[in-house]
Design a protein around this ligand. Sequence first.
Ligand code: HSE
Length: 434
Amino acid sequence: MTDEAKPIRVALLGCGTVGTEVARLLTEQADELTARIGRPVELAGIAVRRNNKPRPGVPAELLTTDAEGLVGSDVDLVVEVIGGIEPTRTLLLSALNAGKSVVTANKALLAEHGGELFTAADASGADLYFEAAVAGAIPLLRPLRESLAGDRINRVIGIVNGTTNYILSSMSATGAGYSEALEEASRLGYAEADPTADVDGFDAAAKAAILASLAFHTRVTASQVHREGIAQVSASDIASATQINRVVKLLCICERVTDEDGSESVAVRVHPAMIPKSHPLASVGGAFNAVFVEADAAGQLMFYGQGAGGAPTASAVLGDLVAVARNMVLGGLGPRESAYADLPARTMGQTPTRYHVSLDVADVAGVLAQVATIFAEHDVSIAAVRQQGRAEDASLVIVTHGAPDAALRSTVDKVAGLAAVREVVSVMRVEGDD
Ligand code: HSE
């Protein structure tokens, strides 16, 4: 058989929602993929945990429960859509150590063990592609790794979790509380049976680590990402945001921070924040994802689309598969890990943020002065103050300028202890200019 006719043999690990779509597209588009790659691609086997149910559209003879055996067989590349850390890490390391290129959608694994996988890929001269790990179908990692490789990225800010975006959008639209909105999202299939990874921000934090690593040429792991989920977001927070013409979103924010002495660090965080209704991310509704990138020469770029789901995620997997297969045909390798900058990670306490604070106060003379004094004592500058109502119903809304997050936290704690402050109605970070 000539080299051009020899098929590239693919091992598929996992046959859930995404794996089924990968298998379907690989089979249905075989001729087109052959034309694009220059050699046929053959699905050599599909590893599943249990082979005990019919899988419509998936050739039954390809299914195996021996993932290790499949990876060790005469396959050329391994596509992984199982998820989780083990046994996936071991399987992928064994593929890479044997010089077999890997395409993976596994954000948790990359965010914790990416360095180990890249090192193995470099040592054996294999490729490691992972477009589907962040924001599903949206071409985002390739632009960061390749298209913007000649530019300097300063900030990546986005909505990278569809479940939480759906819940927050529904809270905004209906005025519902968090539990009610989560229940609805579960009933409609937008939230998993166990929504912890999404609502507590683990999923977004893993994606943030991957984005920051690529954007700033620095290894960032999920444990270095400050993470807050949406379980504490209340209907009062949403209402407070509406009053100042903002909406609440769970944001993933990766920033390059430069100190006065010119030293640089990276600040990576996931937390809910109020953004202006006029911000492009504010109109991203339901389960969609969008990511905003700011670079020196390119300026502002926005990437938008479906961040989850079988077919959209399979689209990103297939794109990687074609790229890796082309590299094999042409005899080259894709981009390697770029971690030369090795910037230190900044703690959340040191990271500059801005706060919105809504207080229920006694409408007595001097309360505003007491509150303002505490802000001044903590070196937190106030950008805007608004007082509404009188007597029993008085409320004070304060939006700050940027200050270290720890200073803002202490300020709010101290203000909450004032006798004239009846209740802290809402405290939330704000992002974006008014
Ligand atoms: N569960 C994720 C989301 C998709 O809700 O966006 C996979 O990362």
